[in-house]
Design a protein around this ligand. Structure first.
Ligand code: SAH
Ligand code: MG
Length: 226
């Protein structure tokens, strides 16, 4: 999928900007979208994909961490906005998903760029020690509060945490009463968003894109109390 990077590592061609990024409407990603639809895999929607691309262009991450690989769709998409030489670590607990994702990543020619870490994020995160420029949290919603301290430890100052599916089909934001089963999920997510909003380390904005996306910028030392 991706073009080989030039000897200077920039991937820039004669027009100065020929580095190809995977686009949702292109071959492999298109095939993955169809697979996801057929097998009910909750990959990011097109509008979320577009948002991630724009954010990625701004952050220019060298290192990305993803929690929740599924079939590798968002990881392959995000590989297109990595800075030259950049890498993605992505965590997945479902063994079947791990195999499928690794196969798609192989087919995309991204084996050296994307590492799928098999295991439960509640255990894996604690074992990671290098920092990331951008973290995409897209796993079991109920566990976001558990993952948050580890994600913030692993996010560099000036980095961006993106939490997906935070509005739970609009229910988190609606103020409408919801059924008992869904109420717990909605209440937990409201608490999570409140935790993000009230953290003095973070500037957070919640967008009704896809199933709801929370953007949290981790402030640098010089940006505290401002
Ligand atoms: N980011 C993917 C979609 C991820 S769907 C994309 O947009 O292409 C969520 C995935 O998170 C599922 O495959 C599920 O197995 C995984 N997951 C859920 N909880 C997890 C956990 N605690 N640790 C690791 N993976 C988890
Ligand atoms: Mg999601």
């Amino acid at each position: 999928m991706t073009e080989p990077v030039n000897a200077n590592g920039s991937g820039c061609g004669t027009d100065g900007c020929s580095r190809k990024r995977p686009r949702p409407d292109e071959g492999l990603l298109n095939e993955m979208e169809q697979y996801a639809a057929q097998h009910y895999v909750p990959i990011i929607k097109r509008d979320t994909a577009e948002l991630l691309i724009v954010l990625g262009r701004l952050v220019k991450p060298v290192r990305i961490l993803e929690v929740g690989t599924a079939i590798g769709y968002s990881a392959i998409l995000l590989s297109g906005i990595l800075a030259p030489g950049g890498r993605i670590d992505t965590i997945e607990r479902d063994e079947d998903m791990v195999s499928i994702a690794r196969e798609y990543i192989r087919r995309a020619g991204l084996t050296d760029t994307i590492a799928v870490i098999a295991g439960d994020a509640s255990e894996v995160l604690a074992c990671l020690d290098k920092t990331y420029d951008m973290i995409f949290l897209d796993a079991a919603k109920g566990q976001y509060p558990v993952f948050l301290p580890e994600c913030l430890r692993l996010l560099r100052s000036g980095g961006l945490l993106i939490s997906d599916n935070v509005l739970f089909m609009g229910m988190v934001d609606s103020g409408e009463p919801v059924g008992r089963k869904k109420r717990t999920i909605v209440n937990n997510m409201r608490t999570y968003l409140e935790t993000l909003r009230s953290d003095p380390l973070l500037d957070t904005s919640i967008l009704p894109v896809g199933d709801g996306v929370a953007l949290s910028y981790k402030r640098m030392e010089t940006e505290m109390n401002r």
